[in-house]
Design a binder for this molecule. Structure first.
Ligand SMILES: Nc1ncnc2c1ncn2[C@@H]1O[C@H](COP(=O)(O)OP(=O)(O)OP(=O)(O)O)[C@@H](O)[C@H]1O
Ligand SMILES: O=C(O)c1ccc[n+]([C@@H]2O[C@H](COP(=O)([O-])O)[C@@H](O)[C@H]2O)c1
Length: 212
């Protein structure tokens, strides 16, 4: 069965925490491809600092011609909040039922899962891959403890319905920290690809507003 990974994110901006995790998930789960899916109108958070088109462009620049990792812009084609369950439904329509989908989430995102739109349907559409996040110390909600006990697997072979907790190289990098660095005039170099940093500088992203 073909195995497709999905890493959704605001990517404001994309950084090496996302990219290194994506490479390691691909290798550990022997995926045929992994798609980074920028969230056009991210639910559950304020307006990003960069537009959806700018965030998509930064992901494209980060990936370059890199084999295996791809960008999927389907959430920019919808005039609605970017609900993950609708993205998975659209992917299932495109790819069919005979493909294993692996939706990748950091620990922080996983802990917030019970507040997502139609969250209980997510496992009917995909497997979940949960990554550690060294910069977050969050308690997992009880309902997710039960879900982890019931659905965890070390050897995921099904098209959907299983949860895989992976240990990837822990990188305490966040987009929030990068925006803060840029906003204070400090350099975020080596936390994200140079091509993305050049784009941030050329577009004047994340600088403090000049308005009073
Ligand atoms: N350093 C990291 N290690 C592992 N997973 C990460 C890392 N950074 C982000 N992720 C995960 O990648 C997905 C997309 O993250 P997102 O684009 O919100 O980046 P972020 O760095 O968390 O941004 P922000 O600081 O703006 O919230 C989420 O599931 C998140 O948990
Ligand atoms: O579907 C939802 O209700 C939902 C709620 C919060 C987050 N998400 C998705 O989770 C992914 C990570 O979100 P974020 O805010 O950490 O970038 C991204 O693809 C979001 O669209 C999805």
């Amino acid at each position: 069965m073909r195995r497709v990974g999905l890493l959704g994110g605001t990517f404001d901006p994309v950084h090496f925490g996302h990219l290194r995790s994506a490479v390691e998930v691909c290798e550990q789960l022997q995926l045929d491809e992994l798609r980074l899916i920028p969230s056009a109108r991210p639910p559950h958070r304020g307006m990003p600092g960069a537009t959806a088109a700018q965030r998509l462009r930064m992901v494209e620049l980060a990936l370059g011609q890199g084999g295996g990792l791809q960008v999927d812009d389907r959430e920019l084609q919808r005039e609605r909040p970017s609900y993950t369950v609708e993205t998975l439904e659209s992917l299932r329509q495109e790819l069919g039922s005979d493909v294993a989908l692996f939706m990748v989430l950091g620990w922080d995102a996983f802990c917030g899962l019970p507040s997502w739109h139609r969250w209980e349907s997510l496992l009917e559409l995909a497997n979940l891959v949960v990554l550690q996040r060294p910069d977050y110390d969050l308690e997992v909600p009880e309902v997710l403890k039960d879900l982890l006990a019931a659905r965890s697997s070390d050897q995921p072979e099904r098209s959907h319905g299983q949860i895989i907790c992976l240990s990837q190289t822990p990188l305490a990098i966040s987009a929030t920290h990068i925006r803060t660095l840029v906003g204070s005039g400090a350099s975020p170099r080596f936390l994200l690809p140079d091509a993305v940093l050049d784009y941030i500088e050329n577009e004047g992203l994340y600088r403090p507003s000049t308005k009073d």
